[in-house]
Structure formats: C-alpha cells, structure tokens
Design a protein around this ligand. Structure first.
Ligand SMILES: Nc1ncnc2c1ncn2[C@@H]1O[C@H](COP(=O)(O)OP(=O)(O)OP(=O)(O)O)[C@@H](O)[C@H]1O
Ligand SMILES: [Mg+2]
Length: 334
C-alpha cells in the first residue's frame, strides 16, 4: 500500500540551489573590486507537509539566506525553488504576490518586525485586507480570534507595539504570520532574542499552531536543545551546503559528519563531570570565507579526519541504508 503522506507534494523544495551576493570593496591599492559571496552553494532540501525541519550551523553559513530564498525573498542565482510543486524560481514580485500569503516568515527581533506607528489590530488585519480575504468587519473578528489563539487579550488590539514586552511582541509577529492561514512558515531564530523565561512558552506556541493550522516549518536555530524539542528533521549547514540531514535522534545521537560531531561537542553539558571531560577545543579555526571558491570538501581545512580524496572532490549528500540519514562525507561514502 502506498503511504498517503508520501504521495503528497512537498511544501517547499530547493533543487541544486545557489544564492550569490556580489559585494564591491576597495582592495589594498584602492581599486574597486567585486567579490562573489556564495551564501547558498548547492542545496537540495525537501520539506514535506506537516514537517518541522530545523536548520542549524555556525553564524554566516547561509541559514537565513536559504530560508529567505525558499520564500523567494532572495533572488535565485542557480537551481530552483518550488512551493507546493510550483516553480517560484524566476517569478516576478507581481506574480508572487498572491502566493505570498501561503508562505510567511517570523524574524528574530520582534522589536523591529512590527510597525511602531500602527495599532497591532491594524498590523494583524493587514494581510487579510491586502489579499482581499476579509471585509473590515470580518478582519476585526479574525484579529480578535488570532489574538486569543496566541495567548493575548483581544482587547489589546488598539495598542501600539511599545506597550508590549518582547515575548508579547513575538506573539503578535507570529499572529501576523499565521492570520491568513499560510501553509509554510520560515522562523529565523524566533526565540533567541527573548528572555529565557519566555522562550519555552513561544516554542509551545509554535507547536500548538503547527497542529491547529496544519503548518509546515523551516525552523532556523543555533540552539540544539531547542531544535531537539521542535524538529521532525534536522539539516546541518556548513558554508552554504547541507552536510548532514536526518531525524533529531539520528543526527544528535549518532552524528556522522565530523562538523556535526564538533558542533555537538561544543554544546556545554549540564552534567559537571561530563562538562569537565568535554574535548576542547573541538572546532578549530574559523570557516573559510564564502567569498573564496573551495575545491574538494569545504570542511577539510578544519577536519581532524581529512584524507587525500577530500582535497580532490566535493562529497555529495548521500543517504545511508536507512534512506533517511544523509551525510556529505567521504568517511561514510562507499
Ligand atoms: N545582502 C547581503 N549582501 C552581501 N552578503 C550577504 C548578504 N546577506 C548575507 N550575506 C553574506 O552571506 C553569508 C551567509 O549569510 P546568512 O545571513 O545567510 O548566514 P546565517 O547562517 O543566517 O548567519 P547567522 O547565524 O549569523 O544569522 C554571510 O557571509 C553573509 O555575510
Ligand atoms: Mg541568520
């Protein structure tokens, strides 16, 4: 029998995706030179309906760029992005506009993501009115409903963002992202700017909304404990590429890529005995700049297991025998 889940189209897909930025700088002779920053450098990723996929990796590895590219908030340099089977790659903003209500983003900073001059009721109603999904009266009712769902009193709709705490503002930003019932939400470090005391509540809200509205998430986070809590699948990114992918159990309990192993070893243990015996330093040096072209494996300069083949070829992300845990490392290729 065919599993009905497998026959449904992926919600979001990156196919051999590259996103490059050009940056102009003066060199030491004072001449303007253009460098190409390979922020996303050949990513294949499939996110299925109802999944929460977590994206982890060091700062600058391209997580936000990938998340934004999946929503076509970035221009695609090479490869493709699809949403629910439709190719979004070269679409103009005008053609994307009606699709946008199905794909939303939640940002890290709830202080800058809300318009300080608008009452939050207006901010929340805007997606419904812009997309012609509700009359003004209907929008008011939907605003009251969503405020209640995200844990706020509907009576606060007339207030401005400054009247709210960081956690409350993130609830409002999340409410705005989901009010038009999107299918796909990219959450980019959505709790890392919040007080520790409210982080767990906001995570619970994400989980509640996922069930309630049958949402699919790409959840970007540098906090592996958070990822473990929320993710159905984890993708580890290094210098523009996904180097390992699998269930949280397989990736965290049996990491295959030396980079994933180093990332996990860098997480402090709450157990003081284990903490004292933690290998240190675990991840040597900095990642290479995404402005330099790399040959071979992009992790080899920091890898304790580098072999001659790692300088010659770029290991593909290959799935193991279980068909789910994938790794881009010659140590694990046949
Ligand atoms: N608009 C831009 N113009 C030029 N370079 C950019 C731009 N946006 C990002 N970059 C560069 O692209 C690379 C990837 O950046 P990105 O923000 O996607 O990384 P990230 O993994 O989200 O990092 P962080 O964890 O710090 O948020 C970095 O080298 C960054 O400096
Ligand atoms: Mg980022």
């Amino acid at each position: 029998m065919i599993d009905p889940v497998d026959t449904r189209l992926p919600v979001s897909e990156a196919v051999a995706l590259k996103v490059q930025y050009s940056s102009r700088r003066r060199n030491c002779l004072g001449r303007l030179t253009t460098t190409t920053i390979r922020a996303v450098d050949g990513v294949d990723l499939t996110i299925r309906p109802g999944e929460a996929v977590a994206l982890v990796g060091e700062s600058g590895c391209g997580k936000s760029t990938l998340g934004r590219a999946l929503l076509r908030l970035e221009r695609v340099s090479e490869g493709a992005v699809r949403f629910a089977g439709s190719d979004l790659t070269g679409l103009s903003e005008a053609i994307l506009r009606p699709i946008r209500r199905n794909m939303q983003m939640v940002f890290q900073d709830p202080f800058s993501s809300l318009n300080p001059r608008m009452q939050i009721g207006e901010t929340l109603a805007e997606p419904l009115l812009v997309h012609g999904l509700a009359s003004k009266a209907e929008a008011r009712a939907r605003v009251a409903e969503i405020l209640q769902i995200v844990g706020l009193d509907p009576a606060v709709a007339g207030r401005h963002p400054h009247a709210f705490s960081g956690g409350q503002r993130q609830r409002i930003a999340i409410a705005r992202a989901v009010i038009a019932r999107p299918k796909f939400v990219v959450a980019d470090e959505p709790i890392s700017a919040l007080d520790i005391s409210v982080q767990a509540q906001i995570l619970d809200l994400f989980e509640d909304l996922k069930e309630r509205f049958a949402l699919t998430y790409l959840f970007i986070s540098h906090d592996l404990a958070v990822v473990r809590h929320i993710a159905d699948r984890v993708a580890v990114m290094y210098l523009g590429r996904i180097v390992e992918e699998g269930s949280p159990e397989s990736v965290f309990d049996n990491p295959l890529h030396p980079y994933t192993q180093a990332l996990l070893a860098a997480v402090p243990s709450p157990d003081p005995v284990r903490e004292r015996s933690r290998p240190n330093p675990v991840l040597r040096g900095e990642p290479p700049s995404p402005a330099t072209a790399v040959t071979g494996c992009r992790f080899r300069g920091r890898c304790a297991h580098a072999m001659p083949v790692c300088a010659m070829a770029d290991p593909a992300l290959a799935r193991g025998a279980d068909g789910t845990h994938a790794v881009a490392c010659f140590l694990h290729h046949q």
